[in-house]
Design a protein around this ligand. Sequence first.
Ligand code: 5GP
Ligand code: ZN
Length: 113
Amino acid sequence: MSCLFCRIISGEIPSTPVYSDERVYAFADINPQAPLHVLVVPKRHIATLNDLGESDDGIVGEMVRRAAVIAREHGHGDGGYRTVFNCNADAGQTVFHVHLHLLAGRRLGWPPG
Ligand code: 5GP
Ligand code: ZN
């Protein structure tokens, strides 16, 4: 198993858990870009957004809703937060296992770099 996030999900590589259920894992980003920076991933390997099929609509919905719950639990529901999927090189995707970034706790610039 060569995928970094699959190894994190299996526990082979340690991470700081934020949430876990049968289908979704959320953990702290190792190089946080905001006071709260969490990655929400499907436990099943999917490389990029381009690899999503119709049957993945449910898992993507769970990931987005989970990010919103985590943001609210950390007190950022009203102040605001950002969720980002990077896909492939031009967007800066470096780990090829779909992940939703949740960023909060500071004013985030727009447009992004
Ligand atoms: P991408 O650039 O692919 O959208 O985001 C990958 C994210 O994974 C980056 O924010 C990076 O800091 C994070 N990351 C990379 N390696 C590790 C790791 O070993 N552990 C954790 N917790 N995060 C990682
Ligand atoms: Zn994977």
